[in-house]
Design a binder for this molecule. Sequence first.
Ligand SMILES: Cc1ncc(COP(=O)(O)O)c(C=O)c1O
Length: 340
Amino acid sequence: MKSLASDNYAGVLPEIMEAILAANQQHAGSYGHDQITHRVFQSFRQAFGEIADVRFVFNGSGANVLSVSCAVDSFSSILCADISHMYVDESTSPETFTGCRLMPLKTNEDGKITVQSIKERIIRIGDEHHPQPKILSITQPTEYGTVYSLAEIREISGLLKANDMYLHIDGARIFNALVSLNATIKEMITDTGVDIISFGGTKLGMLFGEAVVVMHPDLSKNLKFRHKKSMQLSSKNRFIACQFEALLKNNLWQQYAQHANQMAAYLNEQIKEVSRITVTKPVQANAVFAIMPRDWTKALQEVMPFYVWDERTNEVRLMCSFDTTKDEIDEFVEVMKSLP
Ligand SMILES: Cc1ncc(COP(=O)(O)O)c(C=O)c1O
């Protein structure tokens, strides 16, 4: 049975499996001292620009924690959305590993942090009694599956730079955002002034592993030490590198991210026709959020599992993956239409 619960429920892309098998043919240097890792660094530099420095990590929480730790002192604060994965789904690891205060910002109805909400938090600068804001993390696409435009990212990064702060992107689903905006990696990330990004591959069909990509020399200065200290340096680093090599080669990511987004758009179209269900957020990447009758949940979850996002309103999250099919969506919607 396939699932709409999370793109993490999906398996591994065939091209990724092949890349792992190919990387498994010989012995190679450990801890990133191997040919595949060297080659992939070049691919990242081609995609992001020569400024980019890259490290591979085991998971998304590790990528986020390593990223923000590059920017802060232990008396800093880290601004993020109050719905962000970093704030609600990473236990206390960001605080534990950085020693900093996480400052949650209210988001607008699309789940985005606004310039106004950031300005309200850039206060008491120079006051030793107050945590000093040093980095802001936005999630692209947001936890609601909406996408910041390039102009919105540029505006946020401009405000942060003017206040001696850095911009981090939690890009667990960055490929879905890139195809949504029809933008290149360089256009969305480097050219908008992002300083550091958790660059996700797992949700698009890697077996495991994410990358931290740094675009600011201040943040890459001690990166290799922070990487090791955060316990995210894999001795068999090449097995993460080879997966990114497969995804970046000929922009393979585009085809799969496009498919996942198209499936979400299709699902959105189909459920619009169903009375008693209301889509609650603009569908801009691979997620559909909708409020449905509470007594539908169990029957529909038996067709394809999904998460109830907000128990108070029975808002649910329906997340499409690289291998979701139209037929599966049709079946799901048919059952929905048959419910009283
Ligand atoms: C927005 C976002 N960031 C980061 C992550 C990474 O989490 P993990 O540490 O489980 O790989 C996830 C996974 O669900 C996510 O949705």
